[in-house]
Design a protein around this ligand. Structure first.
Ligand SMILES: [Zn+2]
Length: 360
């Protein structure tokens, strides 16, 4: 064998070694698949924990998230919910589903909460859980089987494949590098959003004081399984101290109700019924009226910036998307532009479902 031939073989072997040892670089899972897996994972989370529908807490969560979403790089249908649990924790699910616990909402002021949300948003922006999932697939089933699993349209909510993948997401844990990246990029995100990045340091101290909390099933949670060490706080201090930020010109309390806040109100009113108190009486009345009606067939209504479509339960997902998005919606809206924001699906009695969209 000639020397040049041997060099070429060594180079080839090295290439294979790199390909095999860095599976996370390959991006096996598309964004659509990520969202389907995320929806399934969110369903698993909500099986395990009750969702807290307290309107004041939910409005606060959406209000604190709002400036961060304005500077988010990925255009996902971000959704924020509260899990009714007294422990201090938070969780990011692929596709943009972010959870904070009631304990976290109660123990952290806005500036600390903003850091936790920025940290969790960064886990999604950087595809951390999906990269862990891709790496697990390589390890457990190999490339060929992983590709087979992920092709052919078999990844959609409710399928056996998707349920298995969601369970893998739940069981995985982030690496310490991923946690560091979520801290650093979360702090930078706060500064970009006009929020004081030093809130991160206070948030990490609050977490350190409450180090005992855990949500054992979800290793990818904020508290997770890594001890919160002094290095993490020191790094946050250095980075936050070095960043300039332009404080948001309008104080939080004066911000107008945004789409996500309005959507959260309507969704929560629809889900929790007349017992909930809503600070926006008009929207509350509208939502409760909608809850009370139960038309016998498909119906699309447009009122007060909301589009509500009620339809029989047995429609398939593609009929819903095709019917709602491609036909019904343009007919009702005419030339008005609209934007889909966190579509909320509500199960009605007598086998009907309802979609609520906010129209802008
Ligand atoms: Zn994290």
């Amino acid at each position: 064998m000639t020397t040049s031939c041997r060099v070429a073989l060594v180079a080839l072997a090295a290439t294979w070694l790199i390909l095999l040892s860095t599976p996370a670089q390959a991006a096996l899972i598309s964004e659509n698949q990520e969202v389907a897996i995320g929806k399934q994972t969110a369903a698993e989370v909500e099986k395990e924990y009750r969702v807290d529908t307290d309107l004041t807490r939910n409005e606060r969560l959406n209000r604190v998230a709002e400036p961060l979403l304005k500077v988010a790089e990925r255009k996902l249908a971000w959704r924020f919910r509260i899990l009714d649990d007294p422990q201090i924790n938070a969780l990011a699910v692929p596709g943009g589903f972010i959870y904070a616990t009631r304990g976290l909402m109660e123990q952290m002021p806005d500036r600390e909460l903003a850091f936790v949300l920025a940290h969790e948003i960064q886990h999604v922006e950087k595809r951390h859980a999906i990269r862990q999932l891709e790496a697990s697939l390589y390890r457990q089933v190999g490339l060929a089987a992983a590709l087979q699993l992920l092709t052919g349209g078999r990844i959609s909510q409710g399928t056996a494949n998707t349920i298995a993948l969601a369970n893998m997401v739940v069981a995985n844990r982030y690496t310490q590098d991923m946690e560091r990246e979520a801290d650093s990029d979360g702090i930078r995100m706060m500064a970009r959003a006009g929020l004081d990045p030093r809130g991160a340091v206070d948030a990490l101290r609050t977490l350190q004081r409450n180090n005992k909390s855990s949500m054992p099933k979800f290793l990818n949670s904020l508290v997770g399984t890594h001890p919160l060490n002094q290095d993490r706080i020191r790094h946050a201090e250095e980075l936050a101290g070095s960043l300039a930020f332009n404080a948001a010109p309008v104080p939080d309390a004066q911000l107008p109700a945004t789409d996500s806040v309005r959507e959260a109100r309507v969704m929560l009113a629809l889900e929790s019924g007349p017992s909930s108190l809503n600070p926006d009486p008009d929207l509350m009345r509208l939502a409760l009226d909608l809850q009370a009606t139960s038309p016998s067939e498909s119906r699309l209504e447009q009122t007060q910036g909301l589009v509500v479509w009620t339809f029989p339960e047995n429609l398939t997902e593609s009929q819903i998307n095709h019917g709602l998005m491609a036909q019904e919606m343009p007919r009702v809206l005419g030339s008005r532009t609209f934007r889909r924001y966190g579509v909320s699906m509500v199960q009605l009695p007598e086998g009907r479902r309802r979609v609520v969209l906010v129209v802008r």
